[in-house]
Design a protein around this ligand. Structure first.
Ligand code: PLP
Length: 373
């Protein structure tokens, strides 16, 4: 080949790393010849979606030869009722990844800066670089967002701030007072995207954890993103949404692909929203699992980051890679977070009770073997 394709890349693209998802259980099982493998690596809800969703999908009362409802009217209506907002404030996305990118694309150009925290979700980095905008990455303070430094970093070129609350991979959070003070300090022409992918877990674990949608009347520059991938158990269908000022939603809706959310995802999300009992069950299971896992870490003498999500990152006090590998051989897939600057930590997703037990047993075995060696 005589052309240099990499040289054709738009500014910001050639230097981007390819996103590496966690390994699937099937992949690990095949590679290591294991029968029983559990995946606690991608913060999925292993309880799965509501049974009502599965019934609705099996019913087949949809027409796959037709395009989906491009406006997502039924789901938006349901979400508007659920949150006490108007449908015009909602932008639907192919996962919340999609709306995070839409928020950036409709207001940020390569002349602008985008602020986010070190250790923050990789998608902020991808969205910023794919536009050719300048990322302004703020070091964390004790592995939490340094809100003061983020405000101080705002310049005349800043258009957008991404803030994950709780943060992934630490699970740490900003409380109500901190969020309000932050929003008050940020100039109103800078859009603040608060990524609440783990909202349902956070709200169940901490009374001081804010629902940023409630701040919208006071801060029209605010965008809240939510997803059906985590607590609602629909990661495989890809559906998320943003809630914002209607004019900002209008802009986001102009840049999105006209049919960005597919027919099955629209239906599943609408039905999932109706089954709040299932949601409560998953969230309660998570709270119990979090208590069980952190008790196990304490017993094993390991530190962890206090988390209000459905995952917890724990500290092995030495490079974690060998433990990660040994856990794979025990049939447990967790997530190394070395690319987040945390080489001594592993992140584990809270699973169902039997999965948490299997993880703890495997971890005990691996650490004992390590100590004996
Ligand atoms: C999992 C996660 C999401 C969800 O992404 P989807 O595209 O909705 O599946 C968003 N933000 C963070 C920080 C996450 O960890």
């Amino acid at each position: 080949m005589s052309i240099d394709i990499i040289n054709l890349a738009a500014p910001g693209i050639a230097g981007l790393p390819t996103y590496k998802p966690g390994k699937s259980a099937e992949e690990v099982g095949r590679e290591l010849g294991l029968q029983h493998v559990i995946k606690l690596a991608s913060n999925e809800n292993s309880l799965g979606p509501s049974a009502r969703v599965l019934t609705a999908l099996a019913d087949g009362s949809f027409d796959l030869c037709r395009y989906p409802d491009g406006s997502g009217a039924a789901l938006k209506r349901a979400l508007a009722d659920y949150h006490g907002i108007t449908p015009a404030q909602i932008t639907l996305g192919n996962g919340s990844n999609d709306v995070l990118e839409l928020a950036a694309r409709c207001i940020v150009t390569n002349a602008h800066e985008v602020i986010y925290s070190e250790n923050a979700f990789i998608v902020y980095h991808l969205a910023t670089h794919s536009i050719g905008a300048t990322p302004v990455v703020i070091p964390t303070r004790e592995h939490k967002h340094d809100l003061t430094a983020m405000v101080d970093a705002v310049t005349a070129r800043t258009r957008l701030i991404f803030l994950d609350n709780p943060g992934n991979p630490t699970g740490s959070w900003i409380d109500r007072a901190q969020l309000r003070a932050f929003l008050e300090a940020v100039p109103e022409n800078v859009i603040v995207v608060v990524d609440e992918a783990y909202y349902e877990y956070g709200a169940s674990l901490r009374a001081d954890y804010p629902n940023s949608i409630e701040y919208l009347p006071d801060f029209p520059n605010l965008v809240t993103t939510r997803t059906f991938s985590k607590a609602y158990g629909l990661a495989g269908l890809r559906v998320g949404y943003a809630v914002s000022h209607p004019e900002l939603a209008d802009l986001m809706n102009r840049v999105r692909q006209p049919f960005n959310v597919n027919t099955l995802a629209l239906l599943a999300a609408e039905v999932a929203l109706q089954d709040q009992e299932h949601l409560r069950r998953g969230v309660a299971l998570n709270a119990q699992g979090m208590a069980d896992l952190t008790a196990a870490f304490a017993r094993l003498g390991l530190n962890w980051f206090e988390s209000i999500a459905n995952f917890v990152s724990f500290d092995l006090g030495r490079p974690a890679h060998a433990v990660y590998q040994a856990l794979l051989h025990e049939g447990v897939v967790v997530r190394p977070i070395v690319e987040y600057g945390l080489p001594d930590h592993l992140r584990v997703t809270i699973g169902q009770e039997h999965e948490n037990t299997m993880f703890v047993k495997a971890l005990e075995k691996v650490l004992e073997a390590g100590n004996a060696a």
